[in-house]
Design a protein around this ligand. Structure first.
Ligand code: ZN
Length: 403
């Protein structure tokens, strides 16, 4: 059987499905229209399909025709389905007009895994175990993977999955149609920092009679950047980016309060506690110096995405064999983004794989990045993604059956 040939014959279909998903994006954990499309596409493939209660997820189990009834093995394949609150500026004829945008390419992930499901269904007679297809809402900060794990996706086939694979397209950074991964840490852990600075309002002309929360806030933000460079090893980097800053109503009024929010990223467990403490020390110290109060909220979002080395090796060999030797390369540095697929491969062995989907003719170093209103992804990677999803499952189940 040649899954890649079969996948290539689906290229037009998958590109159409991707367009349909792209045109009608939804945000968060509640994606009813996207779920409906996925259910429609899976219909008739002979899968055991269930939907989530805490989120509009779709879990589909494909029972292999050549499974070992005494000791069946299971592989999980994951695609996320949610979009972002970005107003699209791609100018595509299938661009979204509803204020949300598939600016992170999750429409391609969904279409690619539908392709994988079709391939696996066509070749189910040879399949030596079961496959769990995980269609996940709410990757973009809603912890959809966490919700699906609580609802049992890792045991959907009746037992714990043996290995899990996920993929992510990139509109820039990586060369066209290149597949990449790396053993160990591939993506950062993320935290959410929210800070309220309470001073004492007054007349802008007489700051000595007030306690200015704006000046304190400004110093806190710059001090956090200095703290990062002075307290952390440059070879174990951390990132703090303030994305929201609010305070005041008029230029000559010192307000009572100001606030800001930041995203915080780290690449090791070793820096977790030091980072939280460093942020708290810095903010409290600056607050004391200015005579203001500070309220700090610091929450964990997604853990480090840590690939199982053996599963990266396995994935690399499958990709090279299916697509060609030159189509896989090891990523030299991790990605600074974060992913809730981290929760899946924290629980079971697995690998996350990046796909360069820059449009042909654009330079991947300068093309609009994921999350940009101008991010665009080449649908030509869809049949390759579908074939790799399917082959990872077929070959892993084969290897597990022989082990
Ligand atoms: Zn994404």
């Amino acid at each position: 059987m040649d899954l890649h040939d079969d996948a290539r014959s689906m290229a037009g279909d998958l590109a159409e499905l991707r367009k349909e998903l792209h045109q009608d994006p939804e945000i968060g954990l509640d994606l009813p229209r996207t779920q409906e499309k996925v259910l429609r596409e899976l219909d008739g493939l002979g899968l055991e399909v269930s939907t989530g209660t805490g989120t509009t997820s779709v879990t589909a189990v494909l029972r292999g025709g050549a499974r070992d009834e005494a000791d069946p093995k299971t592989v999980l394949l994951r695609a996320d389905m949610d979009a972002l609150p970005v107003v699209e500026e791609t100018g595509l004829d299938f661009a979204s007009g509803n204020g949300a945008m598939h600016a992170c390419g999750h429409d391609l992930h969904t279409a690619g895994l539908i392709g994988g499901a079709r391939l696996l269904a066509q070749h189910r007679d040879h399949l030596r175990g079961d496959v769990v297809l995980m269609f996940q809402p709410g990757e973009e900060g809603w912890d959809g993977a966490g919700v699906m794990i609580k609802e049992g996706v890792l045991d959907a086939a009746g037992r714990r999955v043996d290995a899990a694979y996920g993929m992510h397209v990139f509109s820039s950074m990586y060369p066209h149609a290149q597949f990449l991964s790396r053993p160990g840490t591939m993506m950062s852990a993320s935290h959410h920092l929210s800070v309220v600075v309470r001073g004492q309002g007054g007349h802008g002309s007489s700051p000595h009679r007030a306690k200015d929360p704006i000046a304190a806030t400004a110093e806190m933000i710059t001090s956090l950047q200095t703290m990062v460079t002075r307290r952390f090893d440059i070879f174990d980097p951390v990132v703090i980016t303030v994305g929201i800053i609010e305070g005041g109503t008029r230029r000559n009024i010192i307000p009572d309060t100001a606030r800001f929010e930041a995203t915080v990223r780290r690449f090791s467990e070793a820096s977790a506690v030091r980072l939280r403490e460093g942020i708290q020390d810095t903010l409290r110290g600056v607050a004391r110096a200015h005579g203001v109060e500070v309220e700090i909220e610091y929450n964990d979002e997604y853990p480090l995405t840590v690939n199982t080395a053996a599963e990266v090796d396995f994935s690399a060999s499958v990709i090279r064999d299916v697509l060609g030797e030159e189509r896989y390369e090891e990523m030299d540095v991790p990605i600074a983004g974060s992913e809730d697929f981290s929760r899946v491969i924290d629980a079971v062995p697995g690998a996350f794989i990046a796909i360069g989907a820059v449009l042909p003719g654009l330079d991947h170093e300068t093309a609009a990045t994921n999350h940009s209103p101008r991010a665009d992804f080449d649908p030509a990677v869809l049949p390759d993604a579908a074939a790799v999803y399917a082959e990872l499952a077929v070959r892993k189940l084969e290897a597990l059956a022989q082990a």
